[in-house]
Design a protein around this ligand. Structure first.
Ligand code: HEM
Length: 208
């Protein structure tokens, strides 16, 4: 996928994002995937601890899940897992020491939702990810330095939905089967959001 960001404004919320992804129809993943980030206004000079994320993932026969690794690889990184069940989009923050079912993340990161949408082919979530850019899983630490203007990120998509879909801490997953990748994501000035605080304040919905 692209390294240089696209910029787009989510019309439903007015939030501007730097975004990267694979279009619907690309050979790497059926249905395509889009990931966007909006950062605090000073994030390109001072490392941010949080962001507003935009995630649009593919669904097939009303099922599927997707994931973003905030460090690139699956292991030793904060993992965002997302899926939908009926009209609700669920997330679970996870951490994996190996290439097996990731554990529930035990640090203080938190996802709250700004808006979500589900249709027959895709689900979309705009969310605040608080304390997501530095992580600590029982003493194993890592993080992203937004002031570098560059991140390494990873993505995966999968066709079957998680088991226990309405209970994020108890989902079961099979190994992803609709593509995966690691990419270098360049941030430009459009990722720095001058009205970040007001946008983050819209993240009032907690789905657990
Ligand atoms: C890659 C297994 C869940 C993110 C891989 C690979 C395996 C694996 C074996 C390497 C495949 C290869 O190189 O060909 C699993 C299993 C899972 C699981 C068994 C659950 C039962 C997840 C979740 C996420 C994730 C929940 C993110 C939210 C990634 C990413 C890669 C990857 C980004 C590509 C980068 C890398 O190779 O480290 N996974 N995975 N995985 N996985 Fe998972």
């Amino acid at each position: 996928q692209n390294n240089a960001p696209n910029t787009f404004t989510d019309s439903a919320t007015g939030i501007r994002f730097n975004s990267w992804g694979l279009p619907n129809g690309s050979p790497q993943t059926q249905g395509g995937l889009t990931w966007g980030m909006s950062l605090p206004s000073d994030a390109l000079t001072k490392d941010a601890s949080e962001f507003i994320g935009y995630l649009e993932c593919a669904a097939k026969d009303n099922a599927g899940w997707c994931g973003i690794s905030l460090a690139g690889p699956m292991t030793n990184s904060l993992l965002i897992t997302a899926w939908h069940h009926e009209d609700t989009v669920y997330t679970s923050l996870r951490y994996a020491g190996g290439y097996t079912m990731p554990d529930v993340y035990t640090g203080n990161a938190e996802i709250t939702q700004i808006r979500s949408n589900v249709n027959s082919t895709h689900f979309t979530l705009v969310f605040r990810c608080k304390n997501c850019l530095q992580w600590d899983q029982g003493g194993q630490t890592g993080g992203v330095a937004t002031s570098q203007g560059f991140m390494v990120l990873g993505w995966v998509q999968a066709f079957p939905s998680p088991g226990n879909p309405t209970c994020p801490s108890q989902i079961t997953l099979e190994q992803h089967d609709n593509g995966m990748g690691i990419w270098g994501a360049v941030l430009d000035e459009n990722a720095a959001n001058p009205t970040y605080s007001a946008a983050a304040a819209k993240a009032t919905k907690t789905v657990t």
